[in-house]
Structure formats: C-alpha cells, structure tokens
Design a protein around this ligand. Structure first.
Ligand code: URA
Length: 243
C-alpha cells in the first residue's frame, strides 16, 4: 500500500498534508527514512515509525462502550450529542458506527465498529442474537409477567414479540429485573412492559451475544474488544435463551 494512503487512512491528514509530513524526514520503514509518499510498504508486516512512534495499522476497529444517558446512538446529529462524539480522534478516523441502537436514556453496552459485515450478522433478525437488559420497573413484576414474556406479548402496534426470558431480581413497589430478548424492535423492552401495564424507569444493556458490559468502564468510557472477545463474537452461535 502507498505510504501516503496508509498515513491518511490513519487520520494523519490529507495526502497533501501527509506529503509535507514526510518531507520533514520523520518517517522510517524498517529503519530506513522514507520521504516519498508514493513508496510502498506493507502496513501489517513492515515496521513503520513516525516521529519516534510505531504505527499500528488495521482496517477495522471494534469498540465496547458503556453508553451514558443523554447521548444518541448515531454517528452524527445536528442538535444532539452522539456516541461517536465521545470517541477520541484516533478512533473516530476509522469511522465506526453503533451496532444497533439504544434509546437516548438507555445506558450500557454498545458496540461500535466499521466492520459492516459483522454488524450485519449481529443485527440480522435471522441470527436471534440475545441481548440482556437490566431494568428498574415501576410496579410489582410477577410470575405472571414471566409467563407472558415467555409466550410473547402483543405490543401497541399489534406486533407479537418472540419469547423473552424474564428474571426477577427484586419485586415490590419497584422491581429489579433482567430481560433477555432476541429482537430489536423500537423501544422493545419499554413496550413489552407497557403491554403488561408496567413502566420501565431505568434501562441498561448488560450483554449482547457473548459480549458483557465491562464493569471497569465508567459511563461514556470505551475500550477496544480483546482478541478473545472478537473471536467469540465472530464465531458466535446462538443457543436457545429459553432453554
Ligand atoms: N429496549 C428499549 O426499550 N430501549 C432500548 O434502548 C433498548 C431496548
């Protein structure tokens, strides 16, 4: 790959700006100074050092974010702050986008990537990737709700959901629950509870397929997936959440 392309792909500026950067003599490929942007290098095999720092080239980026409330799951918006606005320049240059959406007030696990194929696989309705949410519910969640969700409930637009697995952690005037669903309809968790006459007052996604929310991440923080997490995600085979 041309050296100027490698650098501009990584966000070091336009080809023109990169040309200037190279002229200064700060770039070496396997120890040799390279000033010509048209020269070729293998970004995966060669050691490329720019101003003393080694460059780590990759095509795809996979970020695990603990989404805070108050930001929207989009790449850009005229009025609202987006999850992409929370990324450092270094990561934003890869142009990652959120895999699926969480509501503005929902917190928790959000995957961002520029790998369209993986995103497509994870979101495909055929794949039934389970997503687990922790929620605080106004009202007493009961065994009856567990059964209703197991059967599938009818949402306000007449859609009958696929079975959901509801676990009650604490039941009372306010209840704590975990709900696992395999679909991603608009406001699905909130609407499932509405269908049984209850209201979600706090919602957090805690897992998606094999990925778990990293407790070390503060709201708004993110990190790259580990190699193990990425392998698990790519090789993920769905098992029945209701078994
Ligand atoms: N279900 C909801 O109602 N909201 C979300 O953000 C995710 C699932």
């Amino acid at each position: 790959m041309r050296i100027d392309k490698i650098l501009s792909n990584l966000g070091y500026g336009s080809r023109k700006e990169v040309k200037k950067l190279l002229k200064s003599g700060g770039l070496t490929v396997n120890g040799q100074v390279e000033k010509d942007g048209k020269a070729q290098a293998d970004p995966y095999a060669d050691t490329i050092i720019l101003n003393g720092e080694e460059i780590h080239y990759r095509e795809f980026i996979y970020l695990l974010m603990n989404k805070p409330p108050g930001v929207i799951s989009a790449t850009e918006d005229k009025r609202e702050e987006t999850v992409v606005d929370l990324l450092s320049m270094e990561d934003a240059v890869f142009e990652p986008f959120p895999v699926g959406r969480l509501d503005k007030d929902t917190e928790g696990l959000l995957l961002l990537t520029n790998d369209g194929q993986l995103s497509h696989q994870l979101l495909s309705p055929k794949k039934h990737v389970p997503k687990t949410y922790f929620a605080v519910i106004e009202g007493e969640v009961t065994e009856k709700d567990i059964d209703a969700f197991k059967q599938g409930v009818t949402l306000d637009d007449g859609y009958v959901t696929k079975p959901g697995h509801l676990k009650i952690l604490k039941s009372g005037i306010s209840s704590d629950i975990e709900l696992t669903i395999t679909e991603g309809k608009f406001h699905q968790v909130k609407r499932m509870f509405e269908s049984v006459g209850k209201r979600v007052v706090y919602l957090q996604r805690i897992s998606m397929g094999p990925l778990k929310l990293d407790e070390e991440l503060e709201l708004g923080e993110y990190r790259e997936l580990t190699e193990e997490e990425l392998d698990q995600l790519k090789n993920y085979q769905v098992t029945d959440v209701n078994s």
